[in-house]
Design a protein around this ligand. Structure first.
Ligand code: GCU
Length: 411
């Protein structure tokens, strides 16, 4: 019966706001959510269920069989500035697929430190030229950029690829400002190429590929971030209650879903996550659902395909995912040249999540209209659109670190 009522409301959109977006504070059965308890007990669980069933798919949770082994610890890394720790995580047990977690801790800071955790695109060894980082033996994409091409042979990383992605990861600055950095490689988690679902940690759970709400890559990446947090919780030099989950683009979609599903993350930083991340579908601008499900059929659950070409009448939208992060701080960032991510749609989604942050006692987004390029508006929700293309730049990191200083360091 409940299901029928919920479907009725989904179809008629009776719970929509004046701007046409589903209201985060009206439950599927039409109940108005007016207290933090109602949010926690009714609305948040039903939204998690809705997005797991209809879009991202279901994750296996924390596997009993998970094994983690520290295979490197060097307290004189990066000219003595950092302690480098590398941990092999076998989520489905050993032998089995392995995810390498690389951690840099700042040596000058005493006590457990706040940490930025995020997945990387090309292998841990590409985020810094440090020769102590274990080179990945997972599949690597052939770079389009001619400088980086030298580092990849037949989809395998070579020594020449060390540090090739360092400009997106200001490790030295993070350390100098008292943050640890932890990162893993996306291909250790799921095959972001054909044959899909055949390698990476996701492949240890074939039973989760059988149903319509199958465990897609975005959900697998999000789940892997939670598994990395399980392991970081055991490291006394890390303050696991002050971990910000970060991601760019497809990995930003994953960081957002990780922050939505796992309340242990103290903060979310979504850098140009776009469609399936922070952007609204219902505006009908930028990358649409059909493109996502066609070009990247392994990212979302098969159930999401029934919404192909239905962006504008979608009965849910991404502001609801952002609202699942509340009351924890979230930074949503766009770039003017990243048209596929519909920068204004990312702002509108962040703003539409505001009532939930306020209900839970957090600050909203201190901007009523889409801010001019280069302006960072920072409340409990933060937003900027930076001039330039789809990327992660120093400007982006300056804003994120300032936001971290306010919300993580200040604690
Ligand atoms: C493609 C895709 C985007 C995604 C991006 C990326 O451009 O269409 O949705 O965010 O890849 O991850 O780099």
């Amino acid at each position: 019966m409940l299901r029928i009522i919920a479907t009725f409301f989904l179809l008629v959109g009776a719970w929509a706001r004046a701007d046409g977006l589903p209201d985060p504070l009206v439950a599927l059965d039409g109940t108005k959510i007016t207290t933090p308890e109602q949010w926690r007990e009714k609305r948040r669980p039903e939204l998690l269920e809705l997005f797991s069933r209809e879009m991202y798919g279901r994750s296996p949770g924390r596997p009993q069989k998970l094994v983690s082994e520290v295979f490197d610890r060097d307290d004189k890394a990066l000219d003595g500035k950092a302690t480098r720790i590398q941990i092999a995580i076998y989520p489905g047990g050993k032998p089995g697929p392995r995810m390498d977690l690389l951690v840099y801790l700042p040596n000058q800071t005493k006590g457990p430190v706040p940490t930025i955790l995020g997945l990387n695109f090309s292998g841990n060894h590409t985020i810094h030229a440090d020769r102590g980082i274990r080179m990945t033996d997972s599949w690597v994409e052939e770079p389009k950029n001619s400088v980086e091409q030298a580092g990849v042979k037949d989809h395998h990383a070579t020594e020449e690829s060390r540090g090739t992605n360092a400009k997106m990861w200001p490790v030295d600055e993070m350390l100098a400002r008292g943050y640890a950095l932890a990162t893993m490689y996306r291909e250790d988690v799921c095959a972001d190429h054909t044959p899909y679902f055949a390698s990476g940690a996701q492949s240890a759970f074939p039973e989760l590929q059988q149903s319509e709400d199958n465990f897609g890559c975005i959900a697998a990446w999000a789940w892997s971030l939670s598994r990395a947090l399980d392991v970081l919780e055991k490291e006394p030099t890390i303050d696991a209650k002050r971990v910000a989950v970060f991601g760019f683009s497809r990995l930003g979609k994953a960081a957002l879903w990780a922050g939505a599903t796992d309340e242990r993350f103290a903060m979310v930083i979504s850098n140009e996550s776009g469609a399936g991340g922070a952007k609204l579908f219902r505006r009908g601008v930028g990358e649409n659902i059909t493109r996502l499900n066609t070009v990247f059929p392994h990212w979302f659950a098969r159930s999401f395909r029934k919404y192909n070409d239905k962006d504008i009448e979608l009965p849910f939208d991404q502001h609801l995912v952002i609202s699942l992060v509340a009351p924890r701080p979230i930074y949503v960032a766009s770039a003017t040249g990243d048209k596929g991510s519909d920068p204004e749609g990312e702002f509108t989604a962040a703003k539409a999540a505001e009532p939930v942050f306020k209900l839970l006692g957090a600050e909203g987004l201190p901007a009523d209209t889409w801010p001019a390029a280069g302006i960072s508006a920072q409340g409990g929700i933060a937003y900027h659109v930076r001039p330039g293309k789809h990327d992660v730049t120093d400007f982006d990191w300056q804003q994120y670190l300032e936001f971290c200083d306010k919300h993580l360091k200040a604690r």
